[in-house]
Design a protein around this ligand. Sequence first.
Ligand code: NAD
Length: 443
Amino acid sequence: MKVTVFGIGYVGLVQAAVLAEVGHQVLCVDVNALRVENLKQGIIPIYEPGLTPLVEKHFASGYLNFTTDAAAGVQHGDVQFIAVGTPPDEDGSADLQYVLAVATTIANHMETAKVIIDKSTVPVGTADRVKARIAEVLKARNVVLEFDVVSNPEFLKEGAAVSDCMRPDRIIVGTYDDRPHDLMRELYEPFNRNHDKLIFMDVRSAELTKYAANCMLATKISFMNEMANLAEMLGADIEAVRKGIGSDPRIGYHFIYPGCGYGGSCFPKDVQALIRSSEQLGYTPKILQAVEAVNDKQKYKLPSLVQQHFGNELAGKTIALWGLSFKPNTDDMREASSRVLMETLWQAGAKVQAYDPEAMEETQRIYGVRDDLTLVGTKEAALKGAAALVICTEWQQFRAPDFDLIKAQLQHPVIFDGRNLFEPRRLEARGFTYYAIGRGETV
Ligand code: NAD
């Protein structure tokens, strides 16, 4: 099948590469000329396990190509994916300008029937707006062409995006009527062999399904962080509580880890967008408001612990930081907890000496060169001469470090662990002061 993908970001590029892998002919369109040029040179704009070889293979095989030429993109695909960003507007609602710009582009250039698939995360009612925009432009052009708008939200997890797209748990397809069903089945057939993962529904339900999924996941995290804060005050250990409640299959072990707050490009923005959508309807979404408030506060947990520990002596100190990305296996720094940590430490006059396996280039891009930020090549180098160690991201390589070395390199044997990687008793026995999240022993 001939497929066009507008937007070569985390979602668009991964989706395009995976569609090329199963034999679809994919052309990607982006307004970012540098990104397109780089991709043609084999420079992949994001870090995602397994993505680079896939992109290289299919650019070479001719199944995957990149362009800034929107007209060529519209001409190419019977299917047109919209996978552009939907960042938060000033008031937190989703900014739809990029989605609607693509809709206009498609309508301006289409000469044959098209199926337009919205992959971006968009508020309920957006497919209606895309449909109306296309109809309006076609009318102005004085042409009559068939088109369908389909809502097909993406559920990939950054850090596991390629395998999630190759083996999706479910494929949600929202349509206005049955017309695009066969084509959507054909498009996704290669991913649907084991059992039927396609779930057809109306477009509004499909749009809401994406928000409901992300908001449920964010709720689980904020709920656990609230329990962790209570556990600290009550002298209980949230890790024991986590295992205790996870054993109930109605609750389950997945996604109930407490920590230093959720980040990334999706949860913060999608919770916020659903809050704004609710408010516009005159409904107060109390749970979502609490989820957001708990998370905003949780991001200050580690900086507060550091400030409490060092008191007035924090200014001028260097703090070692392991982990910058919002979660492991990605270079994505959007809304990462490490940013709140660094910015709060800088305000208090401290310096940060940081290491991350993938996100250092992105950190440099965001913060530029500054005296109070040193990015180093190994986790060991980050420790050298630092007053204490803070862990913000649970990369595998941080899980079993050489504690003797940590102790030897740090000025003070103090660890602030935002991901509960270690056993408090073991660290205390080694002479560390160990702060974690919701672990009674550290209170
Ligand atoms: P991104 O910011 O990484 O990429 C968006 C791309 O779209 C950029 O390369 C940008 O240049 C391009 N673009 C903007 N306007 C364009 C236009 N008019 N024509 C062509 N290209 C254009 O975004 P992302 O993280 O891939 O997210 C895309 C959408 O998918 C968002 O709605 C997001 O909420 C949703 N989503 C993201 C994830 C994730 O983990 N990142 C997961 C599921 C859903």
